[in-house]
Ligand binder design. Structure first.
Ligand code: GTP
Ligand code: MG
Length: 449
């Protein structure tokens, strides 16, 4: 594989100049801090020159490499089926993968009776389709509802799911671990009895115990026992219950770059939830002479693979054809992560989320946007602070000069007052002198007469 990609780069990228043939330019010398180093600390220049490559390099081939590697490695899927006894869990699994995946152990009457599943039963099968290998593990659980007290019938199922998470956590924490198998449950098909009423209290309890640990896919079992109108009304009531009880069922994730076709396809799938299914591996003949997988009744044949007869095709499409990888991803990134966080914190270990967080491009973009906005807000507040400081400084200066002016004015006024008083005094003195002189003159005149 490595040889392949190296070869391809060499053949398909003739326009790339060899490393040592490129002269360091002004641009790359500015971009490369090492080129600006002084001779006292020389570093090998050839290792650090960065260039803009205009030609083909080859990393556009990464998706193909990933595809090739995945084909070589193969895929795995762990599918669990849960529901009351006799609702057709084992039959559906056989129908989904078109083979008898498990061999019944105690068959009383092989012709008529399918034995009950009495314990959690895991069957593995390697499937291959168009060179793609899938290791399928089906976890068939014993049906509940038979007992007088069914309250804890979910207990072994939840324990099994937890044990799988624990085993994964243990493997993950091993130092120098070798590649190990992922046994976590990727999808759980939950069977609802076709009563036509609504969810039973036991269904609600069990679904609530499971929905945070597995991708829950609810189905109406044996929908061939109901009319189309009954199914529509039943689905509506089930969805109301699911919403009211805040039960999370698996929903294909929406991506920003989803095209119209994908959006329509996902909408189409979700419009069928809970899938009204019919299971059967039997081949039966239709009135128009076709041989199909289905169930024969005196009034006609119910075809498993006919979308007009039941939602089996849509269920298969979601679980296997279009969303298997999404189911696996949600198991690893959401359900398992939550379990691990809870487990570690219950052991007193706090998890650093920034280390384990999934690198989601849209999340990263949001974070960068938030950071940028925070930086802008900081700059704005700094500029405001500088502006306010300058205004305060100016105000202070103005106040100071106003006080100086006032003092000068006061001093000048006082000086003028003083001068005026002096002049008044002088005037008074002169008037007094004049009056004395006049008096002397008149006295002289009187004596001369
Ligand atoms: P346990 O293992 O006991 O929990 O039962 P189960 O849920 O695995 O049911 P199983 O697949 O063994 O089916 C029980 C019976 O229901 C069998 O006789 C099936 O043929 C029948 N059955 C399964 N699927 C359907 C269906 O879609 N419609 C009808 N009418 N019968 C079905
Ligand atoms: Mg069974």
């Amino acid at each position: 594989m490595a040889e392949d990609s190296e070869e391809r780069v060499a053949v398909e990228a003739p326009s790339i100049a060899p490393l040592d043939s490129i002269e360091p330019t002004m641009e790359n010398s500015l971009r490369s801090p090492v080129l600006n180093h002084t001779s006292s600390n020389p570093l090998p220049e050839a290792n650090v020159i960065r260039r803009k490559l205009n030609g083909y390099v080859g990393f556009a081939n990464l998706p193909q490499q990933w595809h090739k590697k995945s084909i070589k490695k193969g895929f795995n899927m762990n599918l669990m089926v849960v529901g009351e006894s006799g609702l057709g869990k084992s039959t559906l699994v056989n129908t989904l993968f078109n083979r008898a995946l498990y061999t019944p152990k105690e068959r009383k009457d092989p012709a008529t009776e399918t034995p009950k599943t009495v314990q959690i039963n895991c069957v593995s099968e390697d499937l291959e389709e168009n060179n793609v290998r899938l290791r399928l593990n089906v976890i068939d659980t014993p049906g509940f509802g038979d007992f007088v007290n069914n309250n804890d019938s979910w207990q072994p199922i939840v324990e099994d799911i937890d044990q799988r998470f624990d085993a994964y956590l243990e493997m993950e924490n091993k130092p120098n671990r070798a590649p190990f198998e992922d046994n976590r449950i990727h999808a759980c098909i939950y069977f609802i009895q076709p009563t036509g009423h609504s969810l039973k209290p036991l269904d609600i309890v069990v679904m609530k115990k499971l929905h945070k640990k597995v991708n829950l896919v609810p189905v109406i079992a044996k929908s061939d026992t109901m009319t189309d109108e009954e199914i529509t009304a039943f689905k509506r009531r089930i969805l109301d219950d699911i919403k009211h009880q805040a039960i999370e069922v698996f929903e294909p994730p929406r991506y920003e770059n989803d095209d119209e076709e994908t959006i329509a396809e996902n909408h189409d799938i979700m419009s069928k939830v809970p899938f009204a299914i019919v299971g059967s591996s039997e081949m039966v003949s239709t009135a128009d002479g076709r041989t199909v997988r289905g169930r024969a009744y005196p009034w006609g044949v119910i075809e498993v693979d006919n979308e007009n007869h039941c939602d089996f095709v849509k269920l298969r499409q979601m679980v296997i054809k279009t969303h298997l990888e999404e189911l696996r991803e949600r198991t690893a990134n959401v359900l398992y992560e939550n379990y691990r966080t809870e487990k570690l914190s219950s052991m007193g270990i706090q998890q650093d989320h920034s280390v384990f967080r999934e690198v989601n491009p849209s999340m990263r973009q949001e974070e960068e946007k938030a950071l940028h906005e925070a930086r802008l807000a900081k700059m704005e507040s700094e500029m405001k602070a500088v502006f306010q400081a300058k205004v305060a400084e100016k105000e202070e200066k103005l106040k100071k000069s106003e006080a100086e002016l006032f003092n000068r004015h006061k001093e000048m006024k006082q000086q003028l007052e003083r001068q005026r008083a002096e002049l008044e005094e002088k005037k008074a003195r002169l008037l007094e002198q004049g009056r004395i002189a006049d008096e002397k003159k008149s006295r002289k005149g009187f004596s001369l007469r």
